[in-house]
Structure formats: C-alpha cells, structure tokens
Design a protein around this ligand. Structure first.
Ligand code: PEP
Ligand code: MN
Length: 348
C-alpha cells in the first residue's frame, strides 16, 4: 500500500503518516520525490484499515498495490481451480459446463421432465430452487425440503448433479445434505454469516454476483468462503442493475474476462437472470461462451407460460435443444467441448 502525500505536505505530515503506520504494527518507508513524498506500507497482510490513513493531514490518496482478496487471487495461485462435482463433471477444466433447469422446483412431473430433457440435450448439472428468494413476500417461495427431495430423485433418474440455493444460515446444512453444489444467490452475496456457513458446509459453492456488486466485492465474498476452508468455489455473472429498462439486468460479459485475469476461480454466466427475456437468452449465452465462460446456467421449463417464477426468461426444452447445438459449435471453434459427466454416462 502506498500513501501519496499532497504537494505541500510538510515533514510533520509525513512523520504523522509514518507514526500511524507503525502504530498499526507495519513498517513505513517514506520515499521523497521531486513533486511529493510517498510513504510505502510494508508487511500488509490484507488487514490494513486504510480509513486510518486517508484522513490524516497532508494525505492525498491511498493506493493499493496488491489486491485486498488473497486466496482467490491469481497472485496466490496461478493455476486454474477446477471444481469437480460428484457426478464427475469438472468446472474450470476447459470444457463448457451446462447447468439447466427450472427457476423453481414446482412438482415431481415438472422437475423430472425438465431433468430428462436437459440431460438428453447435454447438460450435466440440474438447477432448480427449493427455497426461492422472491422480491415479494407474496410470490411463490418454493417447496422447501420437498423440493430438495424431488431434485435428489431427478439426480438419481438422470445422473445430473444438482445445484440449488441456500437462503439462510438455518437451511444451509439441509441444502448441503441434498445438493452437489450449494448456490448463494445474488441477494445474499454479501450475507457474510451465510458465506461463512456455506464455507463450512462441505459442498462446492456457486456464488452469484450481487446485482449491484463490483467484481472486487464478488471476489471478496468468495474470499470469505475460501477463508473458511472451502476452495471449491464457482463464480456466476448474472447481470447487474442497469439504467436502461430493455432488459431485466445488464449481463456484464467483461466480468468473465476480468475474473479470469484476477482470479483462479472458474466463472459461469447466467443469461436467464442476466436478461430476463427468452429472446435474449440464446444470444447472450452464445456470447458468454465466446467470452470464455467456464459454463452457462440456463432456465428451462416444460411449459414456461405456467411457470410459478421466471417463465418469461425460461426456454422450452426444444429451444434449449437448439441452443445446445450453437453452444457446442462455438465451444468447438475455441477448441473446447461441452463437458460430459462420467458418472452420468454410467448411470445412463
Ligand atoms: C436463481 O438462480 O434461482 C436466482 C434467484 O438467481 P439470482 O440470485 O441471480 O437472482
Ligand atoms: Mn429464476
């Protein structure tokens, strides 16, 4: 960390900064320049509270040299993290992982039919919420544990791994008992007690970007999980708030590239929540693959008009079939394949 002094800062001001740094237990290295002095902070362990320095007399600004997130950064680990699920599918290993399914588990028929259709089309992970984070308390809240049981049945039937959301610290243990990967939704990205709890739950985690979160905040949220000991974290770009109303959210494709630069963790894209409209899901899924996403998550419903949530952004199984053909072609152009699940092949 570098503390840049103002042009007219006095030697007393510089001395004040040096004392403040030393009081916090770090080393201070004043570097006088022609225009201004800069004070380097040595021994930054990521816990430096810059608020104690920015307000001091004569300080112009504080510059971070290394990132505030440590274990999730590329500096920490140059090699890509590959997250393997129980059905053998590997996320971040080069192949394109396709996760698909309804927004919410609604019934046995609905989840089984969707699971069979998406598995036949080449998906390897089934998504579906049993606990739903709805904007309105009067909207469908999910089937709860019954939904988890239905997901487990669909897994046994198809060999798909299941990813489903844990909404709170009370239910994270229950969700982890059923899920192959526990999803932390956009609304909970900065729920730090939940992040800590999921980091101790013993399951891989899918962490979605908050709708107003910066990439730095996303990586710091992931750091919470990794700091608890769970290294199998997959990030998900699902669109951020936008001033334009043509799409529900603005799918930030640069996040895919930026996360790959800054972190060794895999990142997938969710063009369903990222756009909110069926007609936009395919194009944005294709663009996400072209941008290098490690996977995509697509909402698919056997009868979107009857869906209890997010029907407008859900593809029909037939539309999903068509999309898979495109995704495979784009992946191949980039020297990649659609990921297969070894365990699912055996089950099938
Ligand atoms: C979901 O994937 O079911 C969901 C609610 O998405 P998000 O948290 O991105 O809004
Ligand atoms: Mn949804």
């Amino acid at each position: 960390m570098l503390v840049v002094m103002k042009h007219g800062a006095t030697s007393n001001d510089v001395e004040g900064v040096v004392r403040a740094i030393e009081t916090m237990g770090y080393g201070a290295r004043p570097m006088p320049g022609e225009q201004r002095t800069t004070v380097g902070l040595v021994g930054n362990d990521g816990r430096v509270d810059e608020g104690r320095l920015v307000g001091l007399t004569g300080v112009l600004r504080v510059i971070h040299v290394s990132q505030p997130y440590k274990q999730v950064s590329r500096e920490w680990c140059e090699e890509n993290t590959v997250v393997e699920l129980d059905n053998g599918v590997r996320i971040g290993g080069g192949d394109l992982v396709v996760m698909a399914g309804p927004c919410a588990v609604e019934s046995r028929e609905q989840i089984l039919e969707t699971a069979r259709r998406v598995a036949a089309a080449g998906a390897t992970v089934l998504r579906g919420g049993a606990f739903k984070p709805r904007t309105s308390p009067y909207s469908f809240q999910g089937l709860g544990e019954e939904g988890l049981q239905l997901l487990a049945e669909a897994r046994a039937d198809t060999g798909l791994a299941i990813v489903t959301e844990a909404l709170d610290t009370e239910s994270v243990g229950l969700v982890a008992e059923y899920a192959d990967m526990v999803q932390i939704g956009a609304r909970n990205m900065q729920n730090y007690s939940l992040l800590k709890a999921v980091g101790r739950a013993g399951r891989p985690v899918l962490l979605k970007r908050g709708m107003s979160a910066t990439i730095k905040e996303l990586l710091l949220a992931a750091e919470y999980i990794v700091a608890e000991g769970e290294r199998r974290v997959v990030l998900c770009e699902r669109g951020v708030r936008n001033f334009d109303t043509h799409a529900r959210n603005l799918l930030d494709l640069t996040a895919i590239v930026t996360v790959h630069e800054l972190s060794h963790l895999p990142i997938i894209a969710d063009p369903s929540h990222g756009t909110g409209a069926r007609s936009k899901v395919g194009p944005m899924a294709r663009a996400s693959v072209a941008a290098g996403a490690d996977g995509v998550m697509i909402e698919v419903h056997p009868d979107p008009a009857q869906a209890s949530s997010d029907g407008a952004q859900s593809l029909t199984p037939a539309q999903f079939d068509e999309l898979m053909v495109d995704l495979e072609a784009i992946a191949r152009t980039m020297g990649r394949e659609i990921a297969r699940a070894p365990a699912a092949t055996i089950a099938g």
